[in-house]
Write a protein of this length. Structure first.
Lengths: 172, 43
């Protein structure tokens, strides 16, 4: 990978990785407002805003951040499977994106529901679910960011073998 | 050239693994018992 392409991928990765927790935190704020808010109009507005934020901000970022991360890791000596912190970050991302995709339908249903009628006690489960899921996502993204900054030590067996291969001189 | 043995898994990775297993078990248990918020039905 050329230095220019590596820097471009890294820039995209940093932008998306920083924007992702910010967008999910906004979602959490709206979901919390929807759950505990007393003003029906404000609650309706909160749930109506969640759908476009999810479709046009959170969903694209949930794909751009890991994809640029994979490109950046494979294009550098860090690798994707050599260091535990990279691998753990990658493994955390897969279920998080899957959970997000599973929750797209409840988010749309909630937005449709508030557009058509007043919320009832039957909607409470969905309201709690949105707060819990987005709260958990914020925690996961904070941990992922911390892993990127601290880069805790630890080489996987695969990474260790690669290091050994690079150190071992080729004998004639 | 003498090769050193493979380094052991760091403690923080083990803790992450245990936390992941606990989370998955809690998730499965909540859905099996029907106490998960996801088991709701929207009208």
């Amino acid at each position: 990978m050329t230095p220019a392409l590596r820097k471009f991928a890294l820039t995209l990765h940093v932008i998306s990785s920083v924007g992702f927790p910010g967008a999910v935190t906004c979602f959490l704020a709206l979901a919390t407002l929807g759950l505990v808010g007393q003003d029906p109009q404000l609650v309706r507005a909160a749930y109506a805003a969640m759908a476009p934020i999810t479709w046009f901000v959170i969903l694209p970022l949930s794909f751009v951040a890991p994809l640029t991360g994979i490109v950046s890791s494979l294009g550098t000596s860090w690798g994707l499977f050599r260091h535990y912190w990279v691998l753990v970050k990658f493994l955390m991302t897969i279920p998080s994106t899957a959970i997000l995709l599973v929750h797209m339908r409840p988010i749309d249903l909630m937005a449709d529901a508030v557009a058509a009628r007043a919320l009832t006690a039957a909607d409470l489960g969905a309201q709690i679910q949105l707060v819990m899921a987005s709260g958990l996502a914020v925690i996961v993204l904070i941990v992922a960011t911390a892993l990127s900054v601290y880069k805790p030590r630890g080489v996987t067996p695969y990474g260790w073998r690669k290091q050994q291969d690079q150190r071992t001189p080729v004998l004639p | 050239v003498q090769r050193r043995s493979i380094p052991s898994t760091p403690r923080w990775v083990r803790l992450f693994g245990i936390a992941a297993i606990v989370l998955v078990l809690v998730f499965i248990l909540m859905h099996l018992t029907g106490t998960a918020p996801m088991t709701h039905r929207m009208q």
